[in-house]
Design a protein around this ligand. Sequence first.
Ligand code: PEP
Ligand code: MN
Length: 365
Amino acid sequence: MGNEQLEQLRGQLDDVNLKLMDLINERASLVKEIGKVKSAQGVNKFDPVRERKMLDLIAEKNKGPFETSTLQHIFKQIFKASLELQEDDHRKALLVSRKKHPEDTVVSIKGEKVGNGRQRLIAGPCSVESYEQVEEVAKALKFHGIKFLRGGAFKPRTSPYDFQGLGEEGLKILKEVGAKYDLAVISEIVSPHDIEMAVDYVDVIQIGARNMQNFELLKAAGSVKKPVLLKRGLAATIEEFINAAEYIHSKGNGDIMLCERGIRTYEKATRNTLDISAVPILKQETHLPVWVDVTHSTGRRDLLLPTAKAALAIGADGVMAEVHPDPAVALSDSAQQMDIPQFHEFISQLIDSGLYQKEVSIANK
Ligand code: PEP
Ligand code: MN
């Protein structure tokens, strides 16, 4: 008798569970509709005032046996899950995501392509120091058919007393050398006010690790027609990195390339820890080309070659490395830049490994 009653009550409980499930799902559908309306209006998904009102209504109408605080706790969980549903939709809709755009983005830079399956190199000094210095590196790049020349003109240094870069003068040098050797030039811009000016000098605007979440800078870079190389922040998660790229895209500039450059961990053997698995994750999650900077991630000359091989093997669209005619006297990053003979050796070892094919630029064809 007792058992029959138990079974009957359990049956009723199952019915209530299913009704609750249907109601929670019905609620979720409504929440999704609200999410769409809010998106169209450009307003925040989370509305604490509205949430307070819903909880107050529950307090007012509760007839027990549950305590109001218990019910409010349960409803808060439901609210939270509903908000996550809206955010999932939001993530699906990111302009830089593969879900939004399944094909790879191929960025064109001075007639050269990045992201079309052919792996490229960016090389050059940490800082632009003089015309002669940049020219010497440019000749070495030219020798290998490498098309992308980097050089910092605005240097975001840890100490304000360290060399801050030549500024616009540095960009002029890069532009002149680029024009003479038919190279595309890449340089970091640190202030939103300099973006317009930089467009006249560089082929790619670099946004550095320290500025990955400088949202005004991201928006300024998104408002011009110039490819952007966005570096991962020192302690940025992949999600934050992707959202930083989204800031640029949201302003209309879709020519974005991502660059993994190591993240800060407790490990001291390297300057940063190269997060190599970020490369396939970024390739899966976004449609953007992904570079690996082996210089700033390792901070060690002896690790440039093995990490460059790893980057190419794992499917990066290219590798960035620093080269200086005389690293010992370099005004920044003196310990980790290659000199020119080391650079030649680096390239021939990469070619010998079979992971990298000598570049034949369109200009050389
Ligand atoms: C650089 O590439 O010049 C540089 C400063 O790198 P990061 O922003 O990754 O530190
Ligand atoms: Mn450097």
